[in-house]
Ligand binder design. Structure first.
Ligand code: PLP
Length: 211
């Protein structure tokens, strides 16, 4: 809940929080890409609100915010009910929601793409990539990966190794399992701008050369 603060109090509180962040929070995170990171207090729909109660239309809507909207009541109520009923469970036990959600996801994919499968649940993007890498190793015995230049896969070791951008890897030394990086077929930044066929031929040739 947003506490109404006089502008001076809000300024002071913001200054104190930023100083504490600088002192106590890891600087390894993306927040320090911005020179003056913004502090937010609450959110609703497509809007974020800062300590002054100022409203910002969020044109990025990162992560699930883009699909669900901020502070979506249906999601919040379901989360609250689950937190009160069964907030956690060791993964060797089962619970209804896991099974029913897996069924919904599988049925939706089967309807949309005609493919049968099972769901591997995970807690985030990097871990999903890690699982995908392990799945490939386990089912094909292959270890060499192809990854697109400019792609971002997360900050775990495995995901960093197949992320082409040097800034995500430079502080961490050598990676044993690097991917072969191939160009992404993006006409806007292609060296063959305006010639889609040449761009496509070039990318397929690169893919075959590395694959
Ligand atoms: C395409 C992509 N893959 C992986 C990740 C990593 O996800 P997480 O931060 O949940 O580990 C991100 C996060 O922004 C992403 O955008």
């Amino acid at each position: 809940m947003l506490t109404k603060l006089k502008p001076t109090q809000a300024d002071e509180e913001e200054r104190e929080l930023l100083a504490k962040e600088d002192r106590y929070c890891s600087h390894g995170d993306t927040v320090h890409y911005a020179e003056h990171p913004k502090l937010f207090e609450r959110c609703e729909g497509s809007y974020l609100y800062d300590l002054h109660g100022r409203e910002y239309l969020d044109l990025q809507m990162w992560y699930s915010a883009v699909n669900l909207g901020y502070a979506n009541k249906v999601v919040s109520n379901a989360l609250r009910a689950q937190l009160e009923r069964l907030p956690q469970l060791a993964c060797q036990y089962l619970h209804r929601e896991k099974i029913e959600l897996a069924e919904m996801v599988c049925e939706s994919i089967e309807r949309g793409f005609g493919m049968k499968g099972r769901v591997q649940f995970n807690v985030g993007g990097s871990q999903a990539i890690e699982d995908a890498l392990k799945l490939v190793r386990k089912s094909t015995g292959r270890q060499r990966m192809l990854a697109f230049q400019g792609g971002y896969h997360g900050r775990t070791l495995g995901a960093s190794a197949i992320t082409s951008s040097y800034r995500y890897r430079e502080a961490f030394g050598e990676f044993a399992d690097r991917a072969e990086f191939i160009p992404y077929p993006y006409p806007f930044r292609s060296p063959y701008k305006g010639d889609a066929q040449r761009m496509e031929d070039h990318h397929i040739a690169e893919f075959e050369r590395n694959g």
